[in-house]
Write a protein that binds this ligand. Sequence first.
Ligand SMILES: Nc1ncnc2c1ncn2[C@@H]1O[C@H](COP(=O)(O)OP(=O)(O)OP(=O)(O)O)[C@@H](O)[C@H]1O
Ligand SMILES: [Mg+2]
Length: 547
Amino acid sequence: MSLSERPMKLLEEEFKRYNKDEALHTNIVAAVLMAETIRTSFGPFGLDKMILDPVGDIIISNDGSTIVKNFDVRHPVARILDNLVRSQDKEVGDGSKTAVILVGELLKQAFKLLSEKINPNDIIDGYEIALRWTNEILNEIAIEIDINDGKILKDIAKTALTSKIHGKNEDYISDLIIDAIHHVREIKDGKDHINTKNIYILAKKGGNIPDSKLIKGMVIDKEVISESMPKRIENAKIAMIEPSLEHKKVHKFDPKIYINNSNQMKSFLRKDKEVIENFIKKMKETGVNVALFRRDISERSQRLLANANIMAARFVHREQFYPAQKAVGAKLITKLDDYSPKDLGHAELVEERKIGKKKIIFIEGCKNPKAVCLFLRAGIKNVGYELERRVIDAISVVRNAIKDKKVLPGGAATEIETAKRIRLKSSSVAGKKQLAIEAFADSLEIIPKTLIETAGLDQLDYLTELRASHNQETDEDIYFGLNFENKQPMNMAKLGIMDSFKAKYHAINAASEVARLILRIDDIIDQADESAYAPPPKPREDYDDED
Ligand SMILES: Nc1ncnc2c1ncn2[C@@H]1O[C@H](COP(=O)(O)OP(=O)(O)OP(=O)(O)O)[C@@H](O)[C@H]1O
Ligand SMILES: [Mg+2]
């Protein structure tokens, strides 16, 4: 019996298996369908999607990663695209729809080549060459910026916000964002350092978008712990306290303490009470009038604090607590018996206010705060959610621009110029790979095509005009993109329509990687039962919709 005749069973029969052509076909169709769904929400005229999540909540969003993450699709390609948008979101904060749309188009173009009997390996090789060129071209056409030019940074924020919040609001919100970034920007070792976690965003239902504001301080989404404590304090001296103010728990985390008998325990508790009393006494003596606690405060401690006329809040959320510490300029108190007034922070005003049905503590007027809060308002909950998502994107693109010191022209100028240059270079590569390189260039043009389509304009006319605008042999023609105001291609740098270099670079590279990955798959072995496809549990949104 020859080797090939030997009976062999590699897989259990109940597993589904797709042959080579089926595997490629089904994967490509899935990616193209998902990209098509995303396309209608792309760009300044993109529409929103309404998604009903598994627990019946409604999400209305235009944000690529939010839409893809909430796709409840069984196909494994959906998981791959989900990972793609998550990485786009995490690494660069914008460009997630660009990435998904590009994957769809790269695979659509590849499918055409496959139908002409071109080998997937030639397509993969051609795409790899085209991507290498693209990366060079992106660096060539990038616009260097003066990162201290507030107008440019505002333009970048506005492009990321466009269409996502309506009317003139984007102007106002961009100003708030630039102001916020200005506060948290630090120069370390000669390099710009922006920790976006130091901009805490809190969106609350009620009011309108123009009621949003930048708080040079922080909001603490808790109420003052006791009715007998003050609710408004001017010239606040603030203590930020890590340990609990419950006796029994003061030394809970101290590994050096051993208790062997009940007497030891009693004396230990007595000592705990003393430590707490002394701590509150010292705070009072040194003028502390606000105390924020990460952990709990016992009822006895609450009474002592109230008697000392100190406003206090407990269980302050870590996302507010640590930025609050930076905002007020306090040092964290980690041991109650190691208190120093030098650790205190300051604010002009600390006040508990009622927002909707909830009470919130506002810390305002901090001098030179290293963390701030963007307090966003919107008439309805869903608008608040969406505003928050868009503001997060815009903060990321401004951070990217400051770090990169360069941007790319928006309105598809970058894609048109890159496609043009790739086509010019493609004749240097012989054989079938050349076709794949050209297909890559064609795929980039899905970006202008989609922008034109969503704006309801004639695709052929406008695309031809846009391509022609890049052949004028002038210095500025590389920046010509879609201008929807007068429907003529215009210099995007002059119009201030600019995209994050990092986001576009990442989107094109990640999309190309995913397309090549899918083209390499020639077998699907489906061992998963239905439960394996249940959507992963969603993290709770950090948005309060209490009222
Ligand atoms: N005013 C404008 N005129 C022309 N094009 C614009 C304008 N504003 C934005 N764009 C373009 O819209 C595209 C970005 O659209 P959008 O923000 O919907 O997608 P994305 O950034 O890929 O996805 P997401 O923001 O959901 O992560 C970019 O190509 C950008 O240049
Ligand atoms: Mg965007």
